[in-house]
Design a protein around this ligand. Structure first.
Ligand code: ADP
Ligand code: MG
Length: 323
């Protein structure tokens, strides 16, 4: 099988590409470029993510998990901007041609794409060390994309879902134990769920937003840098899952603060908008928990309340090329 029959067989199948084709996508896979009609009064929001074997995911990860992980992590960037996913392109670098690998990967990619309502519009296929790049594209109403730079003094700081689970899952990769808590944490590592509906929901309330890929402290640090503000976080308020407390009680708080890849959202909003948002969450039964964890301050730097006192913290998270 060569590159072209591979694309046709695994990625151009109707179940993968055209069944989900949306109105904006005029031409998808098969031409030199895909053609997209940009809707009137919308802004195009796009981003690119690369996953390298052994760096971003374990060697010999199963292709089903890899498909969910690469798409979930990529779509999370759209969620952080308050955007609605539309289409993505996939650059796939494979060391060898394995039909069973491709079958499982492409099927799971299609299921994930269906779930996130995003269409595979094209890509590139090459031979080399296993690497995946996904470019996602989405839309927001003109001028309404959520940015990192809008946090104001006295804004409330919130996070979605629970923190530290993915880092706990990473610590369990080589353990052969299976309990509901272990399985939940591994799932949080392998199959992060992008907070698409929450991103859209908070768009009219939030002053800034980011998705947590490098850890809460590091990513909140990006909001603070871009906004020129500081923050006070109360560690007692951090949302920790029951599974995290059960499996890793002593590490739970550190992992919630600094563990990466939960792909939850961290956002800020005025105290008044927080009240409005809380009411609206109740009224609509929004399925994702949103927890207030601190307040933006005019004093630069990040302070955290922990062990009965305030500590100054350096925003640390995962960085490539750092020692
Ligand atoms: P070109 O040589 O002009 O770049 P290719 O031969 O690489 O075109 O790709 C042919 C078509 O298949 C293009 O529409 C491209 O977007 C699509 N394609 C290639 N690889 C993939 C992939 N892994 N997933 C989805 N579409 C792909
Ligand atoms: Mg070409």
């Amino acid at each position: 099988m060569d590159e072209f029959s591979l694309i046709k067989r695994y990625f151009e199948r109707p179940s993968v590409a055209s069944v989900q084709a949306n109105a904006q996508l005029i031409h998808g896979i098969g031409d030199d470029c895909a053609v997209l009609e940009v809707p009137h009064n919308q802004d195009l929001v796009f981003s690119l993510d690369t996953l390298v074997e052994g760096v971003h995911f374990p060697v010999d990860v199963n292709p089903a998990d890899l498909a969910w992980r690469v798409l979930g992590a990529s779509v999370s960037d759209l969620a952080a901007m308050g955007a609605t996913p539309n289409n993505f392109t996939l650059a796939l670098t494979l060391p060898e041609l394995s039909a069973s690998w491709l079958q499982s990967f492409s099927e799971n990619l299609a299921t994930a794409a269906q779930q996130y309502q995003i269409t595979l519009a094209g890509g590139d296929t090459t031979k080399g060390p296993l690497t995946l790049s996904v470019q996602v594209q989405g839309f927001v109403d003109k001028g309404t994309a959520l940015l990192r730079s809008g946090a104001l003094v006295d804004d409330v700081i919130c996070v979605t879902g629970s923190l530290g689970d993915s880092r706990a899952g990473l610590s369990l990769l080589n353990e052969a134990i299976s309990t509901p808590a272990h399985d939940y944490l591994l799932d949080r590592f392998y199959r992060p769920v992008p907070r698409i509906s929450t991103g859209r929901f908070i768009r009219h309330f939030a002053s800034s937003c980011i998705d947590i890929s490098d850890g809460l402290l590091a990513d909140l640090g990006h909001i603070l840098n871009r906004s020129g503000k500081g923050a006070n976080i109360d560690s007692r308020l951090l949302p920790l899952s029951a599974a995290l407390r059960e499996v890793a009680a002593e590490n739970a708080l550190d992992w919630a603060l600094s563990g990466g890849e939960d792909f939850e959202l961290c956002f800020t909003l005025s105290a008044q908008n927080w009240q409005r948002l809380e009411q609206k969450l109740k009224d609509t039964g929004h399925p994702i928990a949103i927890t207030k964890i601190g307040v933006i301050s005019g004093t630069l730097g990040l302070q955290i309340y922990r062990d009965a006192q305030w500590h100054k913290v350096a925003a640390t998270g995962f960085k490539h090329f750092s020692r």
